[in-house]
Write a protein that binds this ligand. Structure first.
Ligand code: SF4
Ligand code: SF4
Length: 363
């Protein structure tokens, strides 16, 4: 396992992190705990959850996993988040989290999901920073971090806030261009950098041919290649994978524990070789999924992904029909309120895509 210092905190964390947002069956606690233990025994010491992953289910599963790790003397750092910004609400949230997680403190506590600079200014006005500082003074959290879906210079601006000791944002082999600017601020300020969605919400393993350009040795899987691509970034402290199954944990551990690491030159070469433009892909994060007219946006955008990721002229309608049982014409129900685009972590032009889908012939 590769270990790196998290920013300038002095804490050495594993380059592979365990994300608690994709467990296949959150009710099967024994399996969730077993996956966490497999990761911890393989050297992972960074475990990330949130109060709204499977409702409170992920934090509840983490409580059991972390308790077992403590019993087995397996070291860990705990990361979680809050999207509350009013002092009383944050206080209520963290009290509930500490109880739910059965811990006395949280190592890395994130101001969760900053969607725009306006959103950030609003939260600051509400007192989020003062409250986080107070929590740290009280010893309830050890480090103040932020999670964001901003891109380009916006994320740079956010990270100039001196208070942040680390950042969590989406970065993978297909969206690396949009978030490159963040690395300047990360390096200048020496803060921790955790990247989430490193496998593009399943898009990379689901399209091994398209992501073949990542592979540097013949026998590695595309998942291992995608993770090695991230590990080769010296600016990235941790690549956080949301695991569904134990097999996936083992596959990622094999990449993290392999002696094969990419040199900076090799990394540059891979980026150059990314001949297929992969930007504009929906990662299935579901942040947009609150449509007032109940359009299942992530499913429609997943179908649109197929158009980008395949040569087939019927890729969208095939996917809608066979995979989601949806009709293209139902996308016309969009009233163009714009809410989904504001929330979209990938900054997709959802309204235009829905219009394009809505006129496709139904199967
Ligand atoms: S813009 Fe259209 S799809 Fe998006 S939330 Fe509004 S109505 Fe729904
Ligand atoms: S459209 Fe955007 S917000 Fe919605 S699931 Fe896809 S990437 Fe996430």
């Amino acid at each position: 396992m590769i270990y790196r210092e998290y920013g300038s905190t002095g804490k050495m964390v594993s380059a592979l992190g365990f994300g608690g947002m994709r467990f296949k069956d959150i009710k099967d606690i024994d399996t969730c705990v077993s996956m966490m233990l497999t990761a911890a025994r393989g050297g992972v010491n960074y475990f990330d959850t949130a109060p709204k992953y499977f409702g409170t289910g992920s934090e509840e599963a983490f409580a059991k996993g972390l308790a077992t790790m403590r019993n087995e003397n397996l070291p860990y750092y705990l990361s979680t988040k809050t999207d509350e910004s009013h002092p009383d609400c944050i206080r209520r949230e963290i009290d509930a989290q500490l109880k739910r997680l059965d811990v006395n403190y949280i190592d890395f506590y994130h101001i969760w999901c900053i969607t725009s600079l306006d959103n950030w200014r609003e939260r600051k006005k509400n007192g989020v920073l003062e409250t986080f500082i107070k929590l740290k003074e009280e010893g309830l959290i050890k480090h103040i971090c932020v999670s964001s879906h901003l891109i380009g210079d916006d994320i740079k601006e956010l990270l100039m806030e001196e208070i942040f000791e680390g950042v969590l944002f989406g970065y993978s082999a297909y969206n690396f261009k949009t978030r490159q600017a963040a690395f300047d601020a990360i390096t200048d300020r020496r803060i921790g950098c955790v990247v989430m969605n490193p496998l593009g919400g399943g898009i990379i393993p689901g399209n091994p041919e398209i992501f073949r350009f990542l592979q540097t040795v013949p026998d590695e899987t595309v998942v291992q290649a995608a993770l090695r691509f991230l590990f080769a970034h010296q600016e990235i402290t941790i690549s956080l994978v949301g695991f569904e199954t134990e097999e996936q944990v083992n596959e990622a551990l094999a990449a993290a524990n392999s002696p094969l690491q990419l040199s900076p030159d090799k990394l540059k070469q891979i980026k150059k070789n990314a001949t297929v433009s992969l930007e504009g892909i929906c990662t299935g994060c579901q942040y947009c999924d609150h449509c007032p007219v109940n359009i299942p946006i992530p499913k429609y955008m997943d179908a649109y992904n197929q158009k980008i990721l395949s040569d087939s002229k019927t890729a969208i309608t095939d996917r809608l029909f066979w995979h989601w049982n949806l009709k293209p014409e139902d996308a016309a129900a969009c009233i163009e309120c714009g809410r989904c685009e504001e929330e979209c972590t990938q900054h997709l032009n959802i309204i235009e895509r829905l219009k394009e889908i809505s006129v496709l012939p139904s199967k």
